[in-house]
Design a protein around this ligand. Structure first.
Ligand code: TXA
Ligand code: MG
Length: 358
């Protein structure tokens, strides 16, 4: 299935000689200069790599949408160096916003949706009255924010609808020629996008599960509401930001399995059809043993990405990016859904466009 890039061809922009460079004080300085001149740069965060621009410069922010081929209806998260800066960009802070700011999750993998101040350009917010604010804990992201002294608007640094990047190489593979600079700060240590909580209204709402788990959130905000994110697969209405069903998807079809029997049967059937099959197993699922009768096939690649969910989160996107290169179909044995497992499950259901075999 080809990934959709509705705006990529229309908004064709300058060709860049993309530089992938190790993060150092000199290269972070260069990145800060590029941000000040209205350019975009990719940088590491603890969740995934971001594609950043000066959040106060609407033209610079438009370059993010152009480079990714991202529809203008999908708002961006604004990254800040320090938690106390949230007050500069949020119009009113609810009690639940203040609770989360003080709960010890920030800096870290948590994004707060708050009422936006006027100074945040509409292109950042996709014309919403709200804006997402996040204070990353990654030292390179922190240094870039501090040195540039700018709020940095940044989505994940992948082509629209593709898998988020957890290394500088992933960014290069998607965006080479489209952006001038990628700062390499090693692999992301969490591996999934931030938890998003809408604290702009009366009742806090969890919009996207992530590194800060729902259990952790409930401990400080018992009233938090979990929003069901899975709209119908054919949904074309993008007016509700973040509700796009097909998202984070590899370039070949992915199917989720909740039973070993069906997985083994379907692997066998696909191999018989001459397809190359990539299988991902992890986090307490049955393990490689049950597939052993099929393992002699060179068309079958089985990746066990770790026993505990934290490890699976770290390795998941890298594994999917590898398998989409070498497989015609990807089958994933599902994982238990508590803790960060909920975020893994959320991303997998999206990557599968809802194809779940029970
Ligand atoms: O970990 C992360 O959050 C990474 C790193 C780079 O910070 N960023 C990231 O950005 O994942 P992006 O753009 O790929 O995903 C942000 C999500 C989108 O689904 C967007 O719709 C939602 O946040 N979002 C942003 N602003 C919003 C708003 N005002 N209201 C509701 N959803 C919003
Ligand atoms: Mg993204």
């Amino acid at each position: 299935m080809p990934i959709e890039r509705p705006y990529a061809s229309r908004m064709m922009q300058t060709e860049f000689q993309t530089e992938l460079i190790e993060a150092s004080s000199a290269s972070i300085r260069r990145a800060a200069d590029l941000l000040h001149s209205g350019q975009v740069v990719a940088f590491p965060t603890e969740t995934v790599y971001g594609l950043g621009a000066n959040a106060l410069n609407a033209e610079a922010v438009a370059r993010i949408f152009a480079a990714k081929g991202r529809p203008a209806t999908d708002p961006l998260i604004v990254h800040l160096a320090r938690v106390d800066q949230i007050e500069e960009y949020a119009d009113v802070l609810t009690q639940s916003a203040r609770t989360l700011m003080k709960a010890g999750f920030m800096p870290g993998p948590l994004t707060l949706i708050v009422q936006a101040r006027e100074l945040i350009p509409e292109v950042v917010r996709a014309n919403q009255p709200t804006v997402g604010l996040r204070v990353p804990s990654h030292p390179v992201a922190h240094d870039l924010l501090t040195l540039s002294d700018l709020p940095i608007a940044a989505p994940s640094a992948n082509l629209f609808a593709h898998i988020s990047p957890t290394s500088a190489r992933h960014v290069y593979d998607d965006l080479q020629g489209r952006i001038p600079l990628i700062l390499d700060g090693g692999s992301s240590t969490i591996g999934l996008e931030s938890t998003i909580v809408d604290v702009s209204g009366h009742i806090p709402r969890l919009l996207r599960p992530g590194g800060v788990t729902v259990e952790q959130l409930r401990a400080v905000l018992p009233e938090i509401e979990v929003v069901e994110r899975f709209a119908a697969p054919d949904e074309s209405d993008l007016s509700a930001p973040g509700q796009l069903f097909r998202h984070y998807a590899p370039r070949v079809p992915l199917t989720l399995y909740e039973s070993d029997e069906r997985l083994i049967a379907d692997v066998g059937a696909a191999l018989n059809q001459g397809l190359r099959v990539g299988v991902v197993i992890g986090g307490g699922a049955g393990g490689i043993g049950s597939l052993s009768s099929l393992l002699s096939s060179s068309a079958l690649q089985v990746v066990e990405i770790g026993e505990d969910a934290t490890q699976v989160a770290v390795g998941l996107y890298k594994t999917l990016r590898q398998l989409e290169q070498t497989s015609d179909v990807i089958y994933v044995r599902t994982l238990d859904g508590s803790g960060i497992g909920a975020a893994i499950r959320d991303r997998l259901i999206r990557a599968a466009s809802g194809r779940i075999v029970r």
